[in-house]
Design a protein. Structure first.
Length: 80
């Protein structure tokens, strides 16, 4: 599961159920509504702004394709 959050600057953030940022992008306008749905059997994000309603299809990476941050021996995330 995940949360989809719209900010007033037009950015949209997808956050995992554990609070981990999965992805973020800018829609170009402040969203007045968001919905997650299935279109043609694929996940889609429906975004409403004051100018339009758009549906964006997307693919989530398979769990084994997700690159996890590197950690040192103490469990701290290494900065690159």
């Amino acid at each position: 599961g995940q949360w989809v959050i719209a900010a007033v600057d037009g950015s949209i953030h997808i956050v995992g159920i554990d609070g981990t940022l999965i992805d973020h992008f800018n829609s170009g306008a402040a969203a007045s509504g968001l919905a997650v749905a299935q279109l043609d059997g694929r996940p889609a994000l429906i975004v409403a702004t004051d100018k339009a309603v758009e549906a964006w299809q997307f693919e989530m990476p398979k769990q084994d394709e997700v690159e996890m941050p590197k950690q040192d021996e103490a469990g701290e995330t290494e900065q690159e």
